[in-house]
Design a protein around this ligand. Structure first.
Ligand SMILES: [Zn+2]
Length: 342
């Protein structure tokens, strides 16, 4: 089946009461890990690429690898999503390339670092919604700023400096017509999210619940939501790595989010940790190896294991065959006739 719109996946997830993991990719092996995990668990998938990933893979390589994924896994509904578009121009380039979903992160200025004004965010996001919906492409917006910096993108800090205000979230969704909304509740990008297991003081689940109460039909997105499990940190450190102790977002908090309107959960760090741990293990245990396949294969397997586990924990497992894909041309008509809530 062709790449599908993210809106359809999230609408189905809302009906079924589950969440869908959105996993970042930069290369062939990561795409293969996700697709194998999806087949094993019978899950719909969201694969996302950041600006950094598009630059690293030269964009068209990535796009054609994604087409290969749809040919080889025709039974899996698959979305190709742009993670943290920094400007309407970046989002347009992704739409032109064939992405079926884009994130316009207008919470930051186009430099990807400076927090923007509410007015700027509304204006930039509205512009992207107009262009994207005309092609049947889904739009995710963000209100409030995440902590941390990844791929050169982020406001920095600990995630508590720019939390989402629930009233402003309502105003933002009404003014822009976004399909999905990323909110800031204390999470950060990267491996170092929390210095101890998060509590209600550092991870504001009550803010998320308050937003869901005001926006019960809006698909919420949790960014920076790797769990950073100790086992994955330990493998890296056991084989010569030097990670400092760190904590991520516990899976049970994500599941609480899913019960309160979270439909998309962004996970990248856990996969990075799994890949690096597997490669380090081969390098330490078999220093005579020099065939890249000898360490890329176990790396791919390690990432697949983490992705399959998350798919099961988020509840998307078993839902790949629940629905027939809606073509983007049909999504255009639905947006025009407003049979899709905007
Ligand atoms: Zn993010």
């Amino acid at each position: 089946m062709p790449l599908v719109s993210m809106r359809q996946l999230l609408d189905e997830a809302a009906k079924g009461g589950y969440g869908v993991g959105a996993f970042n990719v930069n290369n062939m092996e990561q795409i293969q890990s996700i697709m194998e995990a999806a087949r094993e668990t019978q899950s719909p998938v969201i694969i996302q690429a950041s600006r950094g990933a598009r630059a690293y893979s030269q964009d068209r390589f990535l796009y054609h690898l994604m087409l290969a994924a749809t040919e080889l896994y025709p039974e899996i509904p698959t979305v190709l999503h742009l993670d943290h578009g920094n400007s309407p121009e970046t989002c347009q380039s992704a739409i032109d390339m064939g992405f079926t979903s884009v994130m316009m992160d207008g919470s930051l200025m186009p430099d990807g670092k400076t927090p923007s004004s509410f007015e700027y965010n509304v204006e930039a996001t509205r512009k992207v919604v107009e262009a994207a919906h005309a092609k049947g492409v889904t739009v995710e917006g963000e209100i409030g700023c995440l902590g941390g910096i990844e791929d050169g993108h982020g406001a920095g800090g600990d995630g508590l400096s720019h939390l989402t205000d629930p009233d402003q979230a309502v105003e933002f969704v009404k003014a822009t017509g976004v399909d999905a909304l990323a909110i800031a509740i204390g999470t950060s990008h990267g491996a170092y999210k929390f210095t101890s297991k998060p509590t209600g003081e550092t991870l504001k689940m009550e803010t998320l619940i308050a937003i869901h109460k005001r926006l019960p039909t809006t698909h919420l997105v949790m960014h920076g939501s790797s769990s950073v499990p100790k086992e994955l940190q330990d493998i890296i450190n056991q084989f010569g790595g030097k990670l400092k102790p760190t904590w991520g977002v516990p899976v049970e908090e994500i599941q609480l989010g899913i019960r309160n309107g979270v439909r998309k959960i962004n996970v990248d760090t856990d996969n990075r940790l799994a890949i690096t741990g597997a490669i380090r293990k081969v390098f330490m245990e078999k220093p005579e190896e020099f065939d890249p396949r000898s360490y890329m294969k176990p790396a791919r397997e390690a990432m697949k294991k983490v992705v399959a586990q998350r798919m099961t924990q988020f509840g998307q497992a078993g839902h790949a065959k629940d629905y027939a894909p809606i073509p983007l041309t049909e999504m255009v008509k639905r947006y025009q006739s407003e049979t899709v809530a905007v």
